[in-house]
Structures are given as structure tokens and as C-alpha cells.
Design a protein around this ligand. Structure first.
Ligand SMILES: Nc1ncnc2c1ncn2[C@@H]1O[C@H](COP(=O)(O)OP(=O)(O)OP(=O)(O)O)[C@@H](O)[C@H]1O
Length: 604
């Protein structure tokens, strides 16, 4: 087995994931263990009961006594059936929370990778992972149903045999203990071989699937031989892995022979002379055989077969989940730097460079920009030039590839996340309104806020009519995406951020679905709110209202007031011309905007 393969299925994270998933289920597992003791009653007593039934009943010529003792077995098996039934409750209460923990990990990990773009996350991948969570739940349930009674049976039958006749236990136990030890030793290699087979089979299925779906392309490119070689290679690998597993499985035989059949032969060889000498009774001999054949040998067979198989599948699934959901632990912050709050809420961008992939062209290249505390900047530029990217960088959601983004003199991405989320709010174009009451939605960034504060923000951004129509702050939004228009959702998101304590607000086309009047009102509300405001402009009027405008235009970003840029930048003038042409469809844009606020070139 290759080293790479073993590394692909690390045990540590898989076992940690299982431990985390079972952490809250200790009481349920204790309850299941308690029922297991009752379940073990027949395994502990069967040999002794049979021995007594023989010695005192059937062999002593009193069949009634023998039958009475055998009736005790019926009682014990009935108790075991009741215990088996009762154990399902705690088992369900164990495996369901385990599944929930795993699904939460999947969601958390997927969101983390999607947000930080550290891994490609698609719906099919997430759904595959949640199916694997179900797999772990099922196998854990199966393991708890099989491995738990198996262990209990091994101990109970051994103890029963020792109590029945120590001489016979001395014959049976040493090879049995040796075989269990041997199995635990070979289990590791068996597990590795089964894991290798599973991976090889998956590899074969994946290669075969790819070749089948790309059949036309393969024919068009004349790549039949190569495709055939790839499938044949994967099939060979699966075949080799199967042979290795078969050899590994063969190890079960010596384990069974040593632990099960060798004691049986020893009992049969030693039995007649022991019985003849009167060292043991005939009933005890039969009782020992009952322990061995009815409990110990089946338990050994189960341990080396079914349980090992379940455990192997479980390890694979858990390892997959652990790898897929692992998120890097946040870098340790410098203690003093992390503690220092930013000095004010002005933004400064120094030689900022950003690209989405290591080999992609930079979206932003060595950009310099200053937005003083309380400043109001509009970002404009053609589609795809990097406006939203810059908005994400200013908010600290993206980490610069080169250069720095400083908030109050401190790199914005270095701020403790809770502080950054309190200080900076980004409102994207796609407003998110979640199912819940309007109050919960509006107060999401200020938990426990008084209604008056929320209502002030609602009024400021012009959402009163909407809130009134929905039925006030208590109104329940069951399906916001279905029952609210895009513009209405934007109004709620705007009011939510307006009510928040954020000192830096970045609106990324956050008013794009409002009409011009509503947009002007909302922007004025934010301009009048204390703090620094950055608006990615959807319309010319936004740029006109801002104190300063940044035009992103390829490698030559320029900034100034609207009037300055109109005179100095042909690109800006062209953009304005283009906007004006588009605005002819909409109500006229005045120089001061509907809110009557004149752009002030004197303030940056
Ligand atoms: N997650 C991403 N991965 C790779 N490339 C991206 C990603 N997001 C954006 N880009 C690319 O980066 C460039 C800038 O995108 P951005 O969304 O910042 O532009 P924009 O100016 O806001 O565009 P628009 O006005 O159309 O919203 C575009 O070429 C875009 O395709």
C-alpha cells in the first residue's frame, strides 16, 4: 500500500470528529451500556444453566429438574429481548445528535471555504457530504448494535465459563486471549487494505464515469486508446487492492482457528480424562462447549468480519468529512496589536494589489486612496473593473495580495472579527432578509435595540410605508425572498445597517433596485449618519451626491470631485454621458440630486 494512500485517510482528525460528535451523548451511551448488562445475561449464564440441567436433571435421571433449569434459559432470553428493544432509544438519541454535529461541521466548513475561497464549494459537493453524514449515522448505529453486544458477550461468556469450571476456562482462555490480541495486531493492516480497496474502487468508478460522459469528445479527439488505458489502469489498481484484501481476510482464519477451534479440540481431547478422573462433570463439559460454540466463536467471527468491515467504512467516511470540513485555525494574533483598537474610522489604502488567483491578472494594482473620517466616497467605473472587489477589501472581507487597507491606522483584516463586524458594514446588492420578524431582521446588528432606534432608521431610509404595510415590527416574514420585492429587501437591509453601530458603511450597489427618489433618500440618510461612507455607484446621481469620486478605469484610477473629474477625465465624462443616456429612461437627475444636497468638492 502506498504511503500517499494512508496519508489520505488520517486517523487523528477522523477520530476527533467522532469524539466531538459523541461528546454530548455520554448519558445515552451509559444507559445503553446498562441495558447491555441485561443483554449479556444469557451469554453469562447459558453454559452454567445447561451444565446444571444435565448434572442435576437429565444425567441424574430427573428430567423435570433438567427441564426446569432449561426454562430458566427461556426467561433469560426473554430478558435479553426486552433489553435489546430498550437499547434502541438511547442509540437513536446518540446517533441523531452525531449526525447533527457532522452536518453543522459540513455547513460551517463549506461556508468558510466559500467565503474565503479556499476550496471550490458546489451544491453537489455539499449534498454529497451531508449524505456521508447520514452514512456515519447509519454505521454508528450498526456498530453500536453489533460491536457493543459483541464485547459484552466476550466478557460475559468468559466470566461464565470461569465461574462454571476454572479448569476448563484454563484450557479455553489462553488461546482465546491470544487470538484477540493477534486480531487487534492484524486489524491495522486489514483496515489499511480495506481502505485501499475502497479508494481504488472509487477511483475506478470516477475514471469510468468520466470516460463514459466524455465519450463523444474522446472519439472526436481520437483519444480512445488513452481513455482505455486510464480505465484499465484504474481497474488493475482495484484488482490489486482486492487481492491484497483477500490475503488480509485470510488472516481471519488463523485468528478463528486459534481462538475458537483450537480450544474446542483441546476440550474434546482433555474432556474424557477430566470427566473420567472426576475433575469436571459431564454437564460442565457440555456447558463449556455451549459457551464456546454459542457465544465465543460467533463473537470472534463477528469481530473479525462484520464489525471490522463497519469500522473500516466508518473510518473512510469520517476521514472524508474531517478533510472536507477542516478549516484552518485563525492565525494567532499579536497580543498587543490585537488589543489596540483602531485610531478613528478613516480608511487608507496603500499600494493595494489584489488578484483572485495566483496566475490571474490583478483586478487592482498598486492603488492608493484616502477616505478621511466622516468622508463620503463614490466608486464608479465600467462593469467588471473591480468596484465590488474594492468594496470587499475596504470592508476587510478580502485580504489584500499586496499593500494594505488601514482602518484608523490598523490593517482592517487584522482587527478581531467581532470588532471589525461592529465597526464596518457592507451592504451588497443582493440584500439578505432572513425568515423571522421584521424586528429581528432590522435589529440583527444591534441585538436588544429599542424599537424607537429601529423605527428612526426605518424612517431615515424611507422604509416606513413598507414596514407599515407588512404590519409593523412584529410582522413575521416567512419567505422573504418570495414575499418581498428586491427593492423592499434592499430597504430592510439598508435600515438594518443604518441602525447598526457601524462607523464605516460600504454600500455596494445596495440601492440598485430602488427608484431614483428612494435611492436619494436612503443615501442621504447614510450621508447624514455619523461615520465614513463608501458607495459603489449604480447611477450618476450617487457620484454627484458624494464628496469625492473614485473612478476605477483599468490601470489608471483617478479621484476628485464630480466636477473635477468631469473636466479632467475623458473616461469619467464618457461614463457620465453613458449614464445620462440611460437616465433619460428614468426621472431627471438634478445636479443637487432629489435630496437637495450639493456635492461639496472642498471635502474629501
Ligand atoms: N470570486 C471571484 N473569483 C474570480 N474572479 C472574480 C471573482 N469575483 C470577481 N471576479 C472578477 O474580478 C473582476 C472584478 O469584479 P468586480 O465584481 O469587483 O467588478 P465590478 O466593477 O464590481 O463589476 P460590476 O459593476 O459588474 O458589479 C471581474 O473581472 C470579475 O470577473
Amino acid at each position: 500500500m502506498s504511503r500517499a494512500l494512508t496519508e489520505e485517510i488520517p486517523a487523528g482528525p477522523a477520530l476527533r470528529l467522532l469524539r466531538d460528535g459523541l461528546r454530548g451523548s455520554a448519558p445515552q451511551l451509559r444507559r445503553a451500556a446498562a441495558w447491555s448488562l441485561l443483554e449479556a445475561a444469557p451469554a453469562a449464564a447459558a453454559g452454567a444453566v445447561v451444565a446444571t440441567a444435565l448434572d442435576r436433571g437429565f444425567l441424574a435421571g430427573d428430567a423435570g429438574v433438567g427441564l426446569a433449569w432449561l426454562a430458566l434459559l427461556v426467561v433469560l432470553y426473554t430478558l435479553r429481548a426486552l433489553a435489546e428493544r430498550a437499547v434502541f432509544g438511547p442509540l437513536a438519541e446518540t446517533v441523531e445528535p452525531l449526525r447533527d454535529v457532522l452536518v453543522r461541521r459540513v455547513v460551517h466548513g463549506s461556508l468558510h471555504h466559500a467565503v474565503h475561497r479556499t476550496r471550490l464549494v458546489d451544491a453537489a459537493g455539499v449534498s454529497r457530504l451531508t449524505t456521508q453524514c447520514d452514512g456515519v449515522r447509519g454505521i454508528t448505529g450498526a456498530l453500536l448494535r453489533t460491536a457493543r453486544p459483541l464485547v459484552v458477550t466476550l466478557f460475559a461468556a468468559s466470566a461464565g465459563l470461569a465461574a462454571l469450571e476454572p479448569v476448563l476456562a484454563a484450557i479455553v482462555m489462553p488461546p482465546l486471549v491470544l487470538s484477540v490480541g493477534l486480531f487487534l495486531l492484524v486489524m491495522r493492516s486489514l483496515l489499511r487494505r480495506r481502505l485501499a480497496l475502497l479508494l481504488a474502487e472509487e477511483g475506478l468508478a470516477a475514471t469510468g464515469g468520466e470516460v463514459l460522459t466524455a465519450g463523444r469528445d474522446i472519439t472526436a479527439l481520437g483519444a480512445e486508446e488513452r481513455a482505455q488505458a486510464e480505465v484499465a489502469g484504474a481497474a488493475d489498481a482495484a484488482l490489486r487492492a482486492s487481492v491484497t484484501v483477500a490475503w488480509g481476510e485470510a488472516l481471519r482464519l488463523p485468528v478463528l482457528l486459534l481462538g475458537g477451534y483450537l480450544p474446542m479440540v483441546a476440550l474434546l481431547l482433555a474432556g474424557p480424562s477430566l470427566v473420567g478422573q472426576g475433575t469436571v462433570t459431564g454437564g460442565a463439559m457440555v456447558g463449556a462447549v455451549v459457551y464456546l460454540t454459542s457465544y465465543l466463536i460467533p463473537a470472534l467471527r463477528m469481530m473479525t468480519g462484520t464489525v471490522a468491515g463497519y469500522w473500516c467504512q466508518m473510518r473512510v467516511l469520517l476521514a472524508r468529512l474531517a478533510l472536507a470540513t477542516a478549516v484552518p485555525s485563525p492565525p494567532a494574533a499579536e497580543p498587543t496589536a490585537a488589543a489596540a483598537p483602531p485610531d478613528g474610522h478613516g480608511l487608507e489604502v496603500r499600494e493595494l494589489t489584489f488578484r483572485y488567483g495566483p496566475h490571474a491578472d490583478p483586478v487592482l494594482r498598486e492603488l492608493d486612496l484616502r477616505i478621511p473620517e466622516g468622508g463620503h466616497l463614490a466608486i464608479v467605473g465600467p462593469s467588471g473593473v473591480g468596484k465590488s472587489t474594492l468594496a470587499g477589501l475596504l470592508s476587510g472581507l478580502e485580504r489584500p495580495g499586496g499593500g494594505r487597507v488601514l482602518l484608523g491606522g490598523r490593517p482592517v483584516t487584522d482587527l478581531p472579527e467581532a470588532l471589525r463586524c461592529r465597526l464596518v458594514a457592507l451592504v451588497p446588492q443582493e440584500a439578505y432578509v432572513f425568515p423571522g420578524t421584521l424586528r429581528e431582521n432590522l435589529g440583527y446588528l444591534v441585538p436588544g435595540a429599542e424599537d424607537a432606534r429601529l423605527e428612526r432608521s426605518v424612517a431615515a431610509v424611507g422604509a416606513q410605508a413598507l414596514v407599515h404595510r407588512l404590519g409593523g415590527l412584529d410582522a413575521e416574514l416567512a419567505d422573504p425572498a418570495g414575499e418581498l420585492s428586491g427593492g423592499e429587501r434592499q430597504l430592510i437591509a439598508l435600515a438594518r445597517v443604518h441602525a447598526s453601530p457601524a462607523l464605516v458603511v460600504v454600500l455596494d450597489e445596495a440601492t440598485s433596485q430602488l427608484d431614483m427618489g428612494a435611492e436619494a433618500l436612503a443615501e442621504r440618510a447614510f450621508a447624514e449618519r455619523p461615520g465614513t461612507l463608501v458607495v459603489v455607484a449604480h447611477r450618476l446621481s450617487t457620484a454627484v451626491r458624494a464628496r469625492r469620486v473614485l473612478l476605477l478605469d483599468g490601470d489608471r484610477p483617478v479621484s476628485g470631485t464630480h466636477a473635477e473629474l468631469l473636466g479632467a477625465s475623458p473616461s469619467y465624462a464618457a461614463l457620465v454621458g453613458h449614464w445620462n443616456a440611460g437616465a433619460a429612461q428614468e426621472p431627471t437627475v438634478s445636479r443637487t440630486g432629489p435630496a437637495g444636497r450639493t456635492a461639496d468638492p472642498a471635502h474629501a
